[in-house]
Write a protein that binds this ligand. Structure first.
Ligand SMILES: C[S@@+](CC[C@H](N)C(=O)[O-])C[C@H]1O[C@@H](n2cnc3c(N)ncnc32)[C@H](O)[C@@H]1O
Length: 295
């Protein structure tokens, strides 16, 4: 059997089993390619060049066994491979953190090239906070995209901070990223020129219908209370104290725009365009926070 035939067959298996996607891939073929290539020890971009390679029975069995684990456990592929990619940057992941997929990463990685975020930053942007850092994926991508910044990366979970440490070390960024334990903004310092935050924001109703792959992730990383805004309320209230005069807060809220606008009717948010559209990531200047944060 050739590599491409094996991937096509495993893709059909995943589809038939009804597994859910959204943790690094969006469809059965990409997920099958990821699992098969990883099982064979091949880089993820190897498919095109090796599509017609004939596999040994042993190679085929290895790949099929990994796909079987994916189907039987309903774990996201990244928990099985212990690796996830975001903006072409590899991250170590395990069950202690959510699988990196934040759309804020796109805005950071574009960095000084397209200037989506740059328009809101200044030449003197230096101090950055990645609040709710999880695997530290956003802190790492920010540090890579903006060589002049230093990043504080905060999380309440010791487990998440342990994974974050692995990624900071993996990318040799310990001199520029400081990990810290903090319940939201309560123990961070600042002031910061930029705060990025992908907080838990899934509302209670949505939490109850999440596919198994999402339920395999830490509840603490997802559940945002009745309207998804429990954490956002505290962040919006406390952020001005931790921002410089020109500082901005970039916040991801998933599909909760309606709840966000109900909770903060007077907040003037700039909605930022990502591949998910322009309703998932918003930006608030310090002035906008001060003027409109009353719920
Ligand atoms: C949606 S995950 C985001 C992780 C990472 N930034 C990313 O984009 O993949 C939310 C993170 O918030 C952390 N968290 C939950 N409650 C928190 C709190 N009160 N203070 C700080 N972090 C918290 C969780 O441990 C989790 O790592």
């Amino acid at each position: 059997m050739t590599l491409i035939d094996l991937i096509t067959a495993q893709s059909a298996r995943l589809k038939l089993a009804g597994v859910s996607f959204g943790h690094g891939t969006g469809n059965a073929f990409d997920e099958a390619a990821w699992l098969v290539l990883w099982a064979l020890g091949l880089p993820l971009d190897a498919l095109e060049a090796r599509a017609q390679n004939v596999l040994t029975a042993d190679e085929q069995a290895k790949a099929e066994s990994l796909v079987r684990r994916r189907i039987e456990t309903r774990q996201p592929a990244a928990y099985l491979t212990r690796e996830a990619w975001l903006q072409n940057v590899p991250f170590y992941v395990d069950e202690r953190v959510i699988v990196p997929r934040s759309f804020i990463a796109e805005l950071l990685a574009d960095g000084e090239q397209t200037g989506t975020l740059d328009a809101w930053l200044s030449d003197t942007t230096r101090a950055v906070l990645d609040l709710c850092t999880g695997s530290a994926c956003l802190a790492v991508i920010a540090a890579m995209a903006y060589p002049e910044i230093v990043v504080d990366a905060a999380d309440i979970s010791d487990d998440a901070l342990a994974v974050a440490q692995i990624n900071v070390d993996k990318h040799k960024l310990a001199s520029r990223i400081t990990l810290m334990k903090s319940d939201l903004l309560s123990s961070v310092c600042g002031p910061y020129d930029l705060i990025v935050c992908n907080p838990p924001y899934v509302n209670t109703r949505s939490m109850q219908t999440l596919p198994a792959e999402y339920r395999a992730e830490p509840n603490l990383a997802l559940a945002g209370g009745n309207d998804g805004m429990d954490f956002v309320r505290t962040i919006v209230r406390d952020a001005p104290k931790h921002l410089t005069a020109q500082g901005v807060l970039v916040l991801e809220i998933g599909n909760e725009r309606r709840h966000f606008e109900q909770a903060f009717p007077r907040l003037e948010a700039a909605w930022l365009e990502t591949s998910a559209g322009d309703e998932q990531v918003l930006l608030l200047t310090r002035d906008a926070l001060l003027n409109g944060s009353a719920a």
